[in-house]
Design a protein around this ligand. Structure first.
Ligand code: SF4
Ligand code: FES
Length: 286
């Protein structure tokens, strides 16, 4: 720790970071490296890694971007659980030791950087986008696809997935079966199948219900426990199974894609749109 850091009155404690270091291109086996990090209130594990990089060791590698739990790039194995480094404050770990390793169930590119290519490949395999029979309308839209609030509620929870891959690293089935699609891609599949505007179930079935699809899930539920966005992939997988079961008896949703509404013309603001709140911070230019 540098001298000025120890004298800073905002520092509430010092914790030991134990960080896994590994370069697959070198000859060295993975090893844990220790760093002392001064912690201030509100400091996240990602802030701790940034502090190490700035003050102690510029060679440490990890992936991050938004710093606010949105981009999904800072997934790491922190004190024994898959978590987002930017979404976890060091004091909330209730320990003076912070062990940071790359996410399990992925190859390591370097240090804390997992290789997520396999995850994205599986994600792409479920065709995670709206599929319609009227492709002409999609290519040259004449209006909006109608969707009621209830229809939105059928899938919105699953649309919050940020593709961080934490669920995949917590899943015991992914750990033992490389070809298993896994919680993230299956959830993405259900997110679109449950969408009233979609007509792509048939195109996704091959992946969703293959021998490496939903029936491989042993319902351990670890995916839902670690998901930082409350997506509940285990529920999505059970809903996919339920949907197939109902369809096999002819009770499946006879899904008719939502109609196209004509574009809104001559719209004038009405009383339904709430007023913007009063400004509390004036702009610098004002
Ligand atoms: S389901 Fe949750 S844990 Fe899995 S990739 Fe999406 S956000 Fe991350
Ligand atoms: S840096 Fe974007 S989710 Fe953590």
């Amino acid at each position: 720790m540098n001298k000025s850091a120890t004298q800073d009155p905002s520092i509430i404690k010092t914790v030991q970071f134990e960080v896994l270091r590994y370069n697959p291109e070198g000859n060295e086996a993975p090893r844990l490296q220790n760093y002392s990090v001064p912690v201030i209130r509100g400091m996240t594990v990602l802030d701790g890694l940034n502090w190490i990089k700035e003050h102690l060791d510029s060679s440490l590698s990890w992936r991050s971007s938004c710093r606010m739990g949105i981009c999904g790039s800072c997934g790491m194995f922190i004190n024994g659980l898959p978590r987002l480094a930017c979404n976890n404050q060091i004091v909330h770990l209730h320990s003076d030791r912070v062990t940071v390793k790359p996410l399990p169930n992925y190859d390591i590119i370097r240090d804390l950087v997992p290789d997520l290519e396999g995850l994205f490949e599986k994600h792409r395999s479920v065709k995670p986008y709206l599929i319609r029979k009227d492709t002409e309308e999609q290519e040259k839209p004449t209006g909006e696809f109608f969707q009621s609030q209830q229809e939105l509620l059928n899938y919105i929870q699953f649309a919050y997935c940020i593709k961080c891959g934490l669920c995949m690293s917590a899943c015991p089935t992914v750990a033992t079966s490389e070809n298993y699609a896994g919680p993230q891609p299956l959830t993405a599949g259900w997110r679109y199948c449950a969408d009233s505007r979609d007509e792509g179930l048939q195109e996704r079935q091959e992946v969703l219900y293959s021998s490496y699809g939903v029936y491989r899930c042993h319902f351990a539920g670890a995916c839902s426990q670690v998901c930082p966005k409350g997506v509940d992939p285990a529920l999505a997988i059970q809903l996919l199974k339920k949907d197939a079961f109902l369809r096999s008896f002819g009770f499946g949703k006879k899904k008719k894609a939502g109609p196209v509404l004509p574009p809104v013309r001559d719209w004038t603001p009405g009383g339904k749109i709430p007023e913007a709140p009063a400004k509390t911070v004036p702009r610098k230019t004002e």
